[in-house]
Design a protein around this ligand. Structure first.
Ligand code: COA
Ligand code: AMP
Length: 630
């Protein structure tokens, strides 16, 4: 069957489609039906099932004779190490870790925060929680202590699992002091922390609170898999919204298993036993779904890569990993390819490697620009598939379903909607627009299995953020269009979220930090175009009346403040001091207009603008920073 037949088949019988996909999962008690809609517009899937994620990702493969197959390959050009963990070893390691957590009182429903770099122990920590039915929340290592503290207070974890350090090129990231700082700042205190000591930096443990990763496992009994209900939260993953308070996206257990497993063959086109590589980080949704869970649920080998596309040691690293581990399907963000292209424009380094096992490259996380796609096609000589999704969905909304049928690629489009997603382009009144017209991208409810049923502790925010603007639809926050063949085009966000090197960041969150600087009276942060990272944040600062301090001093302090509060991942380095900000007569800051000026794009003068002359001042302030034609 081709894509269109399968898609139409899903549309005519969505529940039948997902019940069939559910047959690939090992249930303790199978679901009696697929969809629960009694609380519509809140929906849940496979609610009355009993199942365990870790069993499906690990143990069942050992039982089925895959014990000696590599489950995880850790490849760390930063530390110069490689390690292979078979499914049998993974089961023993995870059961042991889960047993030790259980001995310390972690049980089903307890939250556990994981703050770890790209080491196999991070994946094992996630699986150990899943084994017990504990709800993990992984926090990306590039966030500062304050962001970790915010997540500790929201998730209220019983335990925190962390590493002593992370490794960035040329610098050790001191995780332990960040963790200590976060716990000191948070009102909620975990019962205990478990620290994985890396040889690059051994952290000092806080007596009475911190335990050593291996030490605390000694003498404890390995834990068995605990069955949980189908709608039990598998994890919480915080993502950026319009304010500084991150949204805790909840992932339901059963739908997550069913949908992720379905994508591995139908979408990423791998068979059990194949090597699958997602070059991302376990702190992001790509890492959750496609470094940890999906490849393991499907019986693939997953690569945990601790390095960068360039500089570890060079722009040939990706090719080396693909050759050495015989990668079949490869997934990363376009920014990584822009970095490689900049370093090695002719793709000379790829000639040193044999990447013939690779079938396709999958790009997501941000808009894939045509130049990057064409370059990747040219040097890699494999199909390059853009695909579009978000933390909230957990797996592709739209893409090229290569395992079903490779659709013709239209560069600039992540291809077509996946079964499960009825994607519509709506005007401001919520009416579908004509093909080729721009609008807000929305998905007809219900969303498919595995997508977020709610936000952690914030059902009202869930309704307001996603379900209110277009009744009957989920609002994606993206704008774009659909062509006559049903191909989607994702153009921009409709909110104040920006995308920096494939990382989703809140400009509102940065504004909250800048507003805390004692000399800043008012501020605005926008995303400006950047050749490497796609977008970069840029701040406008209005200072308090009478402030005579040198502007570059204040800018430097603001840059430091964002780095200290949000973290290096915010990549906030550009700011201009201005006298005033352009606003509408009702006082709304015209961020989108400023962003268009910065990028040298045409814009329509907003009819409600208070004083158009301010836009010239904004343009002048941007020029010294290299924007607005400067
Ligand atoms: N822990 C601590 N710090 C981290 C970190 C982590 N896990 N990840 C990134 N950082 C730091 C970086 O060291 C950098 O710090 P600096 O300001 O001191 O240089 C800062 O955060 C910004 O990081 P980043 O935006 O990633 O820029 P970079 O210059 O280090 O690297 C790329 C640029 C393009 C090579 C890099 O962004 C990349 O490989 N991106 C791939 C995209 C990706 O994986 N996206 C995930 C979603 S699919
Ligand atoms: P995240 O939740 O961090 O995965 O970020 C999701 C957001 O990244 C989406 O809502 C889009 O704005 C953007 N995004 C992800 N993939 C793509 C893509 N293929 N094309 C355009 N934008 C994308």
């Amino acid at each position: 069957m081709g894509y269109r037949e399968i898609y139409e088949g899903w549309k005519s019988n969505p529940e039948g489609f997902w019940m069939q996909a559910a047959e690939a999962i090992d249930w303790v008690k199978p679901p009696s039906r697929a969809l629960w809609s009694d609380r519509a517009p809140l929906y849940e899937w496979f609610v009355d099932a009993q199942v365990n994620t870790c069993w499906n990702a690990v143990d069942r493969h050992v039982e089925a004779g895959r014990g000696q197959q590599a489950a995880i390959i850790h490849d760390s050009p930063i530390s110069g190490t490689r390690q292979t963990i078979t499914y049998a070893q993974l089961r023993d390691r995870v059961a042991s870790l889960a047993g030790a957590l259980s001995a310390r009182g972690v049980t089903k429903g307890d939250r556990v925060i994981i703050y770890m770099p790209m080491v196999p122990e991070a994946v094992e920590a996630m699986l150990a929680c899943a084994r017990l039915g504990a709800i993990h929340s992984v926090v990306f290592g590039g966030f500062a202590a304050h962001e970790l503290a915010v997540r500790i207070d929201d998730a209220r974890p019983k335990a925190i699992l962390a590493a002593s350090c992370g490794l960035e090129p040329g610098r050790v990231v001191h995780y332990k002091p960040l963790l200590d700082g976060a716990i000191a700042q948070a009102s909620h205190k975990p019962d205990f922390c478990v620290i994985f000591q890396r040889e690059q930096e051994v952290a000092e443990l806080t007596p009475g609170r911190d335990l050593d990763w291996y030490g605390f496992q000694a003498g404890t009994k390995p834990a068995d898999c605990v069955p949980v209900e189908g709608n039990h939260p598998a994890y919480i993953l915080y993502t950026s919204g319009t304010t500084g308070a991150p949204k805790g996206v909840v992932r339901p257990t059963a739908g997550h298993l069913v949908a992720l497993n379905w994508t591995m063959k139908n979408f990423y086109n791998v068979d059990p036993g194949d090597v699958f590589w997602a070059a991302s980080d376990v702190g992001w949704v790509v890492g959750h779904s496609y470094i940890c869970y999906a490849p393991l649920i499907h019986g693939n080998t997953t690569i945990v890569f601790e390095g960068k596309p360039i500089g570890t040691p060079d722009a040939g690293t990706f090719w080396r990993v693909i050759e050495e581990h015989k990668v079949r399907s490869f997934f990363t963000a376009p920014t990584a390819f822009r970095a490689i292209k900049r370093e090695d424009p002719t793709g000379a380094l790829i000639r040193n490697y044999d990447i013939s096992h690779l079938r396709a490259l999958y790009l997501a996380g941000e808009r894939a620009d045509p130049d990057t796609i064409e370059w990747a096609q040219r040097v890699m000589k494999v199909p390059v598939y853009d695909h579009w999704w978000q933390t909230e969905t957990g797996y592709p909304i739209a893409g090229n379903p290569a395992g079903i049928e490779a659709m013709p690629v239209k560069i600039g489009s992540p291809t077509v909607a996946m079964p499960g997603y009825d994607v519509q382009i709506l005007d401001e009144g919520g009416r579908p627009v004509a093909d080729g017209e721009l609008g807000a991208i929305a998905i007809k409810l219900p969303l498919p299995p595995g997508t977020l049923p709610t936000l952690w502790n914030a059902e009202d925010r869930f309704r307001k953020s996603y379900l209110t603007t277009f009744p009957g639809y989920y609002e994606t926050g993206d704008a774009g269009m659909k062509d006559k063949d049903g191909y989607l085009y994702i153009m921009a966000r409709t909110d104040d979220v920006i995308n920096v090197a494939g990382h989703r960041l809140s400009t509102g969150g940065m504004e909250e930090v800048l507003a805390g600087h004692p000399d800043v009276a008012e501020c605005a942060v926008i995303g400006v175009a950047d050749e490497l990272k796609g977008q970069l944040p840029l701040g406008f600062l209005c200072l308090n009346k009478g402030c005579e301090r040198p502007h570059d001093e204040i800018v430097a302090e603001c840059v430091r403040l964002v780095r200290d509060r949000i973290g290096p991942v915010a990549a906030f380095k550009l700011a201009a001091v201005v006298d005033r900000l352009p606003k509408t007569r009702s006082g709304k800051i015209l961020r989108a207009t400023m962003a268009r000026i910065a990028d040298g794009q045409e814009f329509k003068m907003p009819a409600t603008i208070d004083d158009p002359a301010i836009l010239d001042e904004i343009r002048e302030s941007l020029k010294p920073l290299g924007y607005a034609g400067g």
